[in-house]
Design a binder for this molecule. Sequence first.
Ligand SMILES: [Zn+2]
Length: 295
Amino acid sequence: MTQDRLTVLSQLPETLAKPLEEMVINPKFSATFTSQQVEHLIHTTGFDAIALAQHLLPLAATYAYTPVSDFQVGAIVRGKSGALYLGANIEFSGVSLGQTIHAEQAAIAHAWMRGENKLSDIIVDTPPCGHCRQFMNELAGVEALQVTLPGQATKKLLDYLPESFGPVTMGMKVRLMDQQTHHIRADFSDSLQQTALNALNQSYAPYSKALSGVAIELSNQQIYLGAYAENAAFNPSLPPLQVALIQLRMHGDSFRDIQRVVLAETENGTITHLDITRSVLEKIAPQSQLVYIQV
Ligand SMILES: [Zn+2]
């Protein structure tokens, strides 16, 4: 466990710190608390799920990667399953700020790639910026999504985003995190390419229709995948590389161990992530090999 995480644990109430340490110390801990673990922590501490998540925010913030701002933000989403997923902001030096991942986006994409298809709550340690409010407006079940900020009563996201522009404006029926697959098939002998195709099939791109997915392989053979998450307002879209990097970071792995990356996209798409994928990787993992496939 990192020094940061040990420090955070030492500052928590003892009834929480003790059971939490057993969970976090596990080398397989991946910044997620299953519904059973959440129930256990609620039972031990007497907190409700939201108060528990608020206490866990400093732990979430330890996953931040902030070479530009040195400002760490923690966010936690609660899935319909009752599980909690941590997220933190991730920045990349040497590329445009548009590539930045906000903590709320990290927590949401983390839950999405772990198979959640609806969120009940998001708990953050700073008010969500306009970009994140817009990103969240794309979510399945957004009408019921609740936001909890420090020292504030829990409110619905839509209270923070009146007169919103979003998928409804654009006449979209499908939403981000809705269970969907695009059934695009191809046969690759390389399993990483097949994994990237699986990620593409989970992607959400109802506006551009340009499906896209990324698979990352580390030098220790660990694999992470990321599906593209598009947004009605375009700019808050989260590219597939970023979604995969969130998984990597939340599992406690390091960018310097990235060995191979596959970006899969549909042929003749109106947009492509190839250039930005290449430029981000050149900065964070110059040793890595990027393979581009079109299906
Ligand atoms: Zn934000």
